[in-house]
Design a binder for this molecule. Structure first.
Ligand code: ADP
Ligand code: MG
Length: 228
Protein backbone atom coordinates (compact mmCIF):
# COMPACT_ATOMS: atom_id res chain seq x y z
CA UNK A 1 0.00 0.00 0.00
CA UNK A 2 1.35 3.33 -1.10
CA UNK A 3 3.02 5.25 1.74
CA UNK A 4 1.21 3.30 4.45
CA UNK A 5 3.64 2.24 7.16
CA UNK A 6 4.06 -1.35 8.26
CA UNK A 7 2.83 -0.70 11.77
CA UNK A 8 0.59 2.34 12.19
CA UNK A 9 -0.58 4.99 9.73
CA UNK A 10 -3.07 7.74 10.42
CA UNK A 11 -4.38 9.88 7.58
CA UNK A 12 -6.45 13.03 7.85
CA UNK A 13 -7.50 12.46 11.44
CA UNK A 14 -10.07 15.00 12.62
CA UNK A 15 -11.77 15.23 15.98
CA UNK A 16 -14.51 17.73 16.62
CA UNK A 17 -16.09 18.00 20.07
CA UNK A 18 -19.42 19.59 20.81
CA UNK A 19 -21.65 21.06 18.16
CA UNK A 20 -25.43 20.60 18.59
CA UNK A 21 -25.98 24.12 19.88
CA UNK A 22 -22.61 24.48 21.59
CA UNK A 23 -19.60 25.97 19.81
CA UNK A 24 -17.64 23.07 18.22
CA UNK A 25 -14.06 22.49 19.36
CA UNK A 26 -11.68 21.37 16.59
CA UNK A 27 -9.31 19.25 18.70
CA UNK A 28 -7.64 17.68 15.62
CA UNK A 29 -7.79 19.29 12.18
CA UNK A 30 -6.40 16.61 9.89
CA UNK A 31 -3.35 14.80 11.28
CA UNK A 32 -1.17 12.32 9.37
CA UNK A 33 1.15 10.13 11.43
CA UNK A 34 3.29 7.10 10.59
CA UNK A 35 4.88 4.81 13.14
CA UNK A 36 7.21 1.98 12.18
CA UNK A 37 8.32 -0.87 14.41
CA UNK A 38 11.08 0.21 16.77
CA UNK A 39 10.34 3.94 16.38
CA UNK A 40 10.69 6.22 19.39
CA UNK A 41 8.42 9.15 18.60
CA UNK A 42 7.45 12.18 20.65
CA UNK A 43 4.57 14.53 20.03
CA UNK A 44 5.22 17.86 21.63
CA UNK A 45 3.02 20.85 22.18
CA UNK A 46 1.43 23.18 24.68
CA UNK A 47 -1.66 22.31 26.67
CA UNK A 48 -4.84 22.15 24.61
CA UNK A 49 -3.02 21.40 21.36
CA UNK A 50 -4.68 18.01 20.89
CA UNK A 51 -2.00 15.65 22.22
CA UNK A 52 -4.18 13.53 24.48
CA UNK A 53 -6.94 13.41 21.89
CA UNK A 54 -4.47 12.04 19.34
CA UNK A 55 -3.03 9.56 21.84
CA UNK A 56 -6.47 8.22 22.71
CA UNK A 57 -7.24 7.75 19.02
CA UNK A 58 -3.95 5.92 18.37
CA UNK A 59 -4.72 3.72 21.40
CA UNK A 60 -8.22 2.90 20.10
CA UNK A 61 -9.77 4.48 23.19
CA UNK A 62 -11.58 7.14 21.20
CA UNK A 63 -13.02 7.39 17.71
CA UNK A 64 -12.20 10.35 15.48
CA UNK A 65 -14.82 12.35 13.59
CA UNK A 66 -13.03 11.70 10.28
CA UNK A 67 -10.33 9.16 9.83
CA UNK A 68 -8.24 6.62 8.10
CA UNK A 69 -6.31 4.48 10.54
CA UNK A 70 -4.27 1.53 9.30
CA UNK A 71 -2.77 -0.96 11.75
CA UNK A 72 -0.51 -3.51 10.10
CA UNK A 73 -2.10 -2.52 6.82
CA UNK A 74 -5.68 -3.17 7.99
CA UNK A 75 -8.20 -0.37 8.31
CA UNK A 76 -9.23 -0.15 11.95
CA UNK A 77 -12.68 1.03 10.91
CA UNK A 78 -13.32 -2.44 9.47
CA UNK A 79 -12.48 -4.24 12.73
CA UNK A 80 -15.22 -5.28 15.14
CA UNK A 81 -15.34 -3.90 18.69
CA UNK A 82 -14.05 -7.24 19.98
CA UNK A 83 -11.13 -7.19 17.57
CA UNK A 84 -10.29 -3.64 18.65
CA UNK A 85 -10.49 -4.63 22.32
CA UNK A 86 -8.13 -7.53 21.65
CA UNK A 87 -5.63 -5.15 20.00
CA UNK A 88 -5.85 -2.83 23.01
CA UNK A 89 -5.01 -5.71 25.33
CA UNK A 90 -2.29 -7.41 23.35
CA UNK A 91 -0.64 -4.80 21.13
CA UNK A 92 -0.81 -1.56 23.10
CA UNK A 93 0.54 -0.73 26.55
CA UNK A 94 -0.79 2.47 28.11
CA UNK A 95 1.08 4.70 30.54
CA UNK A 96 -1.18 7.49 31.66
CA UNK A 97 -0.73 10.62 33.68
CA UNK A 98 -1.61 10.18 37.34
CA UNK A 99 -0.55 6.54 37.67
CA UNK A 100 -3.93 4.97 38.47
CA UNK A 101 -2.42 2.21 40.57
CA UNK A 102 -4.72 0.35 42.93
CA UNK A 103 -4.03 1.19 46.58
CA UNK A 104 -4.26 -2.28 48.05
CA UNK A 105 -2.38 -4.22 45.40
CA UNK A 106 1.29 -5.08 45.49
CA UNK A 107 3.53 -4.08 42.60
CA UNK A 108 3.53 -7.66 41.37
CA UNK A 109 -0.27 -7.91 41.46
CA UNK A 110 -0.69 -4.61 39.58
CA UNK A 111 1.70 -5.72 36.89
CA UNK A 112 0.04 -9.14 36.57
CA UNK A 113 -3.43 -7.60 36.13
CA UNK A 114 -3.31 -7.16 32.32
CA UNK A 115 -2.26 -10.79 32.03
CA UNK A 116 -5.40 -11.97 33.82
CA UNK A 117 -7.49 -10.33 31.05
CA UNK A 118 -5.55 -12.46 28.59
CA UNK A 119 -6.19 -15.66 30.52
CA UNK A 120 -2.66 -15.90 31.90
CA UNK A 121 -2.54 -16.66 35.63
CA UNK A 122 -0.68 -18.57 38.33
CA UNK A 123 3.02 -19.23 38.06
CA UNK A 124 3.31 -17.97 34.48
CA UNK A 125 1.74 -14.61 35.40
CA UNK A 126 3.97 -14.36 38.44
CA UNK A 127 7.12 -14.97 36.45
CA UNK A 128 6.15 -12.48 33.75
CA UNK A 129 5.39 -9.85 36.39
CA UNK A 130 8.74 -10.41 38.11
CA UNK A 131 10.51 -10.14 34.78
CA UNK A 132 8.74 -6.87 33.88
CA UNK A 133 9.51 -5.38 37.30
CA UNK A 134 13.15 -6.38 36.92
CA UNK A 135 13.29 -4.68 33.52
CA UNK A 136 12.21 -1.38 35.06
CA UNK A 137 14.66 -1.69 37.95
CA UNK A 138 12.24 -2.74 40.70
CA UNK A 139 13.72 -6.12 41.52
CA UNK A 140 13.18 -6.78 45.24
CA UNK A 141 10.17 -4.41 45.48
CA UNK A 142 7.62 -6.84 44.05
CA UNK A 143 5.61 -7.00 47.29
CA UNK A 144 5.49 -3.25 47.87
CA UNK A 145 2.19 -1.36 47.95
CA UNK A 146 1.99 1.97 46.07
CA UNK A 147 2.30 4.03 49.28
CA UNK A 148 5.57 2.24 50.05
CA UNK A 149 7.07 3.44 46.76
CA UNK A 150 8.32 6.84 45.58
CA UNK A 151 6.56 8.62 42.69
CA UNK A 152 9.29 7.54 40.33
CA UNK A 153 8.98 3.92 41.46
CA UNK A 154 5.20 4.09 41.07
CA UNK A 155 5.69 5.36 37.53
CA UNK A 156 8.01 2.38 36.95
CA UNK A 157 5.27 0.03 38.14
CA UNK A 158 2.98 1.62 35.54
CA UNK A 159 5.60 1.11 32.87
CA UNK A 160 6.07 -2.52 33.93
CA UNK A 161 2.30 -3.01 33.77
CA UNK A 162 2.31 -1.62 30.23
CA UNK A 163 5.19 -3.89 29.23
CA UNK A 164 4.12 -7.16 30.75
CA UNK A 165 1.88 -8.37 27.94
CA UNK A 166 4.68 -7.86 25.39
CA UNK A 167 2.79 -5.00 23.80
CA UNK A 168 4.56 -3.88 20.65
CA UNK A 169 3.54 -0.26 21.18
CA UNK A 170 3.90 1.73 24.38
CA UNK A 171 1.80 4.90 24.59
CA UNK A 172 2.78 7.37 27.28
CA UNK A 173 0.86 10.58 28.04
CA UNK A 174 3.16 13.01 29.88
CA UNK A 175 4.99 10.15 31.63
CA UNK A 176 7.22 12.48 33.61
CA UNK A 177 4.58 15.12 34.30
CA UNK A 178 4.34 14.46 38.04
CA UNK A 179 8.03 13.71 38.63
CA UNK A 180 10.91 15.88 39.81
CA UNK A 181 13.52 16.48 37.11
CA UNK A 182 15.99 13.86 38.33
CA UNK A 183 13.35 11.14 38.50
CA UNK A 184 12.00 12.32 35.16
CA UNK A 185 15.42 11.78 33.58
CA UNK A 186 15.57 8.27 35.04
CA UNK A 187 12.18 7.41 33.57
CA UNK A 188 13.18 8.81 30.16
CA UNK A 189 16.40 6.79 30.23
CA UNK A 190 14.31 3.74 30.98
CA UNK A 191 12.17 4.42 27.88
CA UNK A 192 15.34 4.88 25.84
CA UNK A 193 16.63 1.53 27.06
CA UNK A 194 13.34 -0.27 26.41
CA UNK A 195 13.40 1.09 22.88
CA UNK A 196 17.06 0.35 22.14
CA UNK A 197 17.50 -2.97 23.91
CA UNK A 198 13.99 -4.43 23.86
CA UNK A 199 12.84 -3.09 20.52
CA UNK A 200 9.74 -1.54 22.05
CA UNK A 201 7.99 0.98 19.83
CA UNK A 202 7.23 4.10 21.86
CA UNK A 203 4.94 7.05 21.28
CA UNK A 204 4.96 9.65 23.98
CA UNK A 205 3.41 13.04 24.32
CA UNK A 206 4.83 15.90 26.29
CA UNK A 207 4.89 19.68 26.59
CA UNK A 208 8.57 19.52 27.59
CA UNK A 209 11.34 19.83 24.97
CA UNK A 210 13.84 18.07 27.26
CA UNK A 211 11.57 15.05 27.48
CA UNK A 212 10.96 15.08 23.72
CA UNK A 213 14.71 15.16 23.08
CA UNK A 214 14.96 11.50 24.12
CA UNK A 215 12.90 10.49 21.10
CA UNK A 216 14.30 9.90 17.62
CA UNK A 217 11.40 11.66 15.89
CA UNK A 218 9.64 14.70 17.28
CA UNK A 219 6.44 16.20 15.87
CA UNK A 220 5.09 19.50 17.13
CA UNK A 221 1.37 19.95 17.43
CA UNK A 222 -0.52 23.21 17.82
CA UNK A 223 -4.25 23.90 17.60
CA UNK A 224 -4.93 20.37 16.42
CA UNK A 225 -2.36 20.20 13.60
CA UNK A 226 1.31 19.33 13.19
CA UNK A 227 3.46 22.42 12.60
CA UNK A 228 6.71 22.85 10.55
P1 ADP B 1 -3.60 18.37 25.17
O1 ADP B 1 -3.51 16.94 25.60
O2 ADP B 1 -2.60 18.75 24.12
O3 ADP B 1 -3.56 19.31 26.33
P2 ADP B 1 -6.34 17.74 24.47
O4 ADP B 1 -6.25 16.70 23.40
O5 ADP B 1 -6.64 17.25 25.84
O6 ADP B 1 -5.01 18.60 24.44
O7 ADP B 1 -7.44 18.79 24.05
C1 ADP B 1 -7.50 19.42 22.76
C2 ADP B 1 -8.70 20.36 22.71
O8 ADP B 1 -9.90 19.61 22.74
C3 ADP B 1 -8.78 21.34 23.87
O9 ADP B 1 -9.28 22.55 23.40
C4 ADP B 1 -9.75 20.68 24.81
O10 ADP B 1 -10.41 21.63 25.60
C5 ADP B 1 -10.70 19.99 23.85
N1 ADP B 1 -11.30 18.77 24.42
C6 ADP B 1 -10.64 17.66 24.83
N2 ADP B 1 -11.49 16.72 25.28
C7 ADP B 1 -12.73 17.25 25.15
C8 ADP B 1 -14.06 16.78 25.42
N3 ADP B 1 -14.29 15.56 25.90
N4 ADP B 1 -15.09 17.61 25.14
C9 ADP B 1 -14.90 18.84 24.63
N5 ADP B 1 -13.69 19.35 24.34
C10 ADP B 1 -12.62 18.57 24.59
MG1 MG C 1 -3.16 16.12 27.54
Amino acid sequence: MDGISNFISLRGIKKIYGGNGTEPVYALRGVDLDIEDWDFTAIMGASGGGKSTLMNIVGLLDVPSEWKYFLRGKEVKDLTDDQQAMIRRTTIGFIFQGYNLLKRMTAREQVALPLSYMGISGQEAKEKAYHALKLVGLEGREQALPNQLSWGQQQRVCIARALVADAGLLLADEPTGALDSKTGIEVMELFKKLNAEQGRTILLITHDANVASYADKVYKIRDGAFVE
